[in-house]
Design a protein around this ligand. Sequence first.
Ligand code: NDP
Length: 245
Amino acid sequence: MILDSFRLDGRVALVTGGNRGLGLGCVTALAEAGAEVAVLGRSGAAGAALHVPCDLATATPSDLSAAVRTVLDELGRLDILVNNAGIIRRDDATAVTTADWDDVLTVDLNAVWHLSQAAGRVMLDRPGGGKIINIASMLSFQGGIRVPAYAAAKHAVVGLTKALANEWAAHGVNVNAVAPGYMATDNTSALRDDQARATAILDRIPAARWGTPADLAGAVVFLASDAAAYIHGTVLPVDGGWLAR
Ligand code: NDP
């Protein structure tokens, strides 16, 4: 039955930054699809089966390996990793500080790499394999305005997604990404509060509305499921048509 292949019963998922925004939408949807969901992050994780406390800005690679081990110890397995946590810093390229550059690259790229590596070591060549889903961005394909570190990190996330997919597809692990467009979360509240910019953005989105966490969660559940078994190294835009324009 095709619909059964979308179910995630018996699977364990780990979502970074699953306490709010797009990550919370993923946690809710993965749980509705049947998965037990752990949340890695600084804050609590209402509705999750497990909270793995971790600050991705300061965590070492071995902290991140330990976080994956915690999920194995507490929930018994790890089938799905959603690298969702992310930060953005807006500034003119000439004014970006080294600290800001490093913070963005640490959270938006390095943590994705270290967690994927730790998860891959668990998932490769075991029955059932695994799924890794990276939350990229439309700025994985465009330069954006005054966000050089973010655009660089999100472009690199796509490169990493393809590199890992290429290496791990034959070992039962699907690595894919989703690329949100303009979504209504805390991340974009300043943009939405700026009437002129918000109107300009809406005018350019073919779907003529901001995306929601639920819009993104459907794509993540799909890529986490057996329905996506033959999909490797793809980046699925969830952007109301932004990149098609
Ligand atoms: P939010 O700002 O609403 O939430 C960010 C999440 O990341 C929070 O859960 C936050 O946790 C977590 N996080 C940030 N820094 C750290 C850290 N150092 N350690 C652990 N967790 C951290 O963002 P969105 O939900 O909008 O974005 C989610 C993902 O989607 C990001 O990767 C973002 O780049 C991407 N994206 C978002 C778009 C949008 O329009 N919203 C567009 C394109 C991509 P805490 O509560 O502790 O701060």
